[in-house]
Write a protein that binds this ligand. Sequence first.
Ligand code: SF4
Length: 375
Amino acid sequence: MKFVDEFREPELISKAAEEIRHLAGTERHYCMMEVCGGHTHAIYRFGLKDILPENIELIHGPGCPVCVLPMGRIDDGLSIAQDENVIFAAFGDMMRVPGTLGSPLEHKARGMDVRIVYSPSDALKLARLNPEKHVMFFAIGFETTAPSTALTLMRAKAEGIRNFSVFCNHVTIIPAIRAILDSPDMRLDAFIGPGHVSTVIGCRPYEWIAKNAGKPIVISGFEPLDILQSVVMLLHQLKKGEAKVENQYKRVVPWEGNPAALRAMNEVFELRPYFEWRGLGFISQSALRLRDSYAQWDAEQRFSVPGIRVTDPKAAQCGEVLKGVLKPHQCKLFGRECTPERPVGALMVSSEGSCAAYFNYEHRKAMVTGLTSIA
Ligand code: SF4
């Protein structure tokens, strides 16, 4: 199959759902975590939860980069841009993420020079066009987006562009999965592995999950049939008592990843000793920073950064939702104080955030159909 339509074909989806029902039986409960926010979005968008049997529980993982960024990092980035000579450049996803004194968009409304860019190289272009200003790119994302930041920094260095820097918040997926497996309140049988990240890192880094934690993992695509096929593959493994890494998304993910992208990352970045994740706390070697050879383009070295640590509002239960301990609608603020229009937590901002996905599909559906309780 090559085209999107084929992965949304109702007849094939019905067959896959039937196979899942058959394999799952009724005697046990299965908890599967979809690591990637893109999967969470697709599961709600296509109503996949409704066609899975009740004994298959999908738990939303930490794979939405906006959602795992602690508020203090947003405050730190915005504090640098208080300088009127600095342009704060970031992806559109970041613009409504709340910091202590408001989101980047709210700071823009108060006069800060905040620009939306579609890529790091757009931010570099901005630096070329505004030589009298300093452009700081607020970089977020997993290994999916880190290579394009790395290539942009390599270009900035090669061209000797000095009025450009990166405030680096790139994180890595494997330590986060490890932290989730170490969490005492976590009860998982298997993982639907992240498709986008794996195009860069490949499948091999997940092998320890299968070997050491004894959990099957299937790297999955994002169409309905991809996700259902991945569930089928996981059920086959679980029923046979196996735990191995499989690649459902072979049409996009090479087993060894993308060596050129990995080389670029290795040239520019090194691992931080530790980094704070929203909801998961400090995780060692889970994020990237610029190597000393790129210090001139490192916003954290060029500017004074307050290193603000901020706890989320007390009633916000983003941490529990991020770890899959609570469902989005079980947060006390969900749908009342916290909505996509007025988000309190980051999980309600990005379309890949589990609260936003749940609100936009399940919650609205419940409101339309007049259901009062949603599971
Ligand atoms: S509803 Fe809002 S505050 Fe509650 S977990 Fe979701 S994003 Fe966080």
